[in-house]
Design a binder for this molecule. Structure first.
Ligand SMILES: NC(=O)c1ccc[n+]([C@@H]2O[C@H](COP(=O)([O-])OP(=O)(O)OC[C@H]3O[C@@H](n4cnc5c(N)ncnc54)[C@H](O)[C@@H]3O)[C@@H](O)[C@H]2O)c1
Length: 256
């Protein structure tokens, strides 16, 4: 099966919840060993724990923006094998106009999304190069592709990740390393479009901005972490052997 991941060891950051956990779980189902990194030892969303989903591998607790944490992640990963797959998924959201986003928040956004991917890639790529095989997926966002209001820090950090994806693909394709990005749209495990309909802005609160986003989405439903995980697993598999430097929107048609 070309989508099988047997024999691969994968690092997935932000693997304790949401999209990262769904990816770790699917990778495990497809035969990979998965070493996850998450800043939280327990899932923040009350969902299942990584350990209950992943057969071979473990969840390392650490901060992807901290080089020492990433060193520890690689030390633990090497007890299984050097990673042949990396998914730079750890991330946080934010909300505000550029006048409202202070420098601390701006830097935090870049240190997690952009520097985090930098820390992981520069440790993973040498062994991938030796092996002549590596598959990297960076978790971008539809916010990097279309205007998404009041998210200049988040969207521009995701835009940097897309640029980094293309540059690394250019630098390492000849060494057998494929680098792609996935750009999710609105992904909510426990929310359906019907939950947003017929409610006042007051009732919706923070969810109000999801209404305009889902109205711009062609498909009449909200995406789930598993929808993104399928795209990531495909890009990391042999089935995608001729795909590199691409950004695949998983957004129900929002960014078209
Ligand atoms: N959910 C969406 O609608 C959506 C849309 C576009 C892009 N994304 C991106 O997908 C990725 C995953 O998002 P999600 O919706 O699953 O979010 P989530 O909050 O459910 O999961 C993110 C995980 O990353 C972990 N994390 C946060 N900061 C970390 C750090 N410094 N070091 C290590 N781990 C850290 C969190 O603890 C959490 O378990 C993020 O990069 C996000 O920007 C999500």
């Amino acid at each position: 099966m070309q989508t099988a991941l047997d024999g691969h060891t994968a690092i997935v950051t932000g693997a304790g919840a949401g999209i990262g956990r769904a990816t770790a779980s699917l990778f495990s189902d497809r035969g990979a060993t998965v070493v996850g990194l998450d800043i939280n030892s327990e899932p923040h969303d009350g969902g299942p724990h990584f350990d209950d989903l992943v057969e071979s591998g473990e969840l390392v607790v650490g901060d992807v923006s901290d080089p020492d944490s990433v060193d520890e992640l690689f030390d633990i990963c090497r007890e299984y094998d050097d990673p042949s797959i990396v998914v730079n998924n750890a991330g946080i959201g934010s909300r505000g106009t550029i006048e409202e986003i202070d420098l601390k928040m701006w830097r935090k956004m870049y240190s997690i999304h952009v520097e985090g991917a930098y820390h992981v890639c520069r440790r993973a790529i040498p062994k991938m190069t030796d092996r002549g095989d590596g598959r990297i997926v960076n978790m971008a966002s539809v916010g990097a592709l279309v205007p998404y209001r009041e998210s200049a820090d988040y969207a521009s950090a995701k835009g940097a990740l897309i640029s980094m994806t293309r540059q690394l693909a250019g630098d390492y394709s000849e060494h057998g390393i494929r680098v792609n990005a996935v750009a999710p749209g609105i992904i909510r495990p426990d929310l359906e479009k019907a939950d947003l309909e017929g409610k006042s802005a007051e009732e919706l609160g923070e969810q109000a901005r999801l209404v305009s986003a889902t109205n711009r989405t062609l498909l009449p439903y909200i995406g789930k972490p598993e929808d993104v995980a399928e795209a990531v697993a495909f890009l990391c598999s042999d089935a995608a052997r001729f795909i590199t430097a691409q950004t695949l929107p998983v957004d129900g048609g929002w960014s078209i």
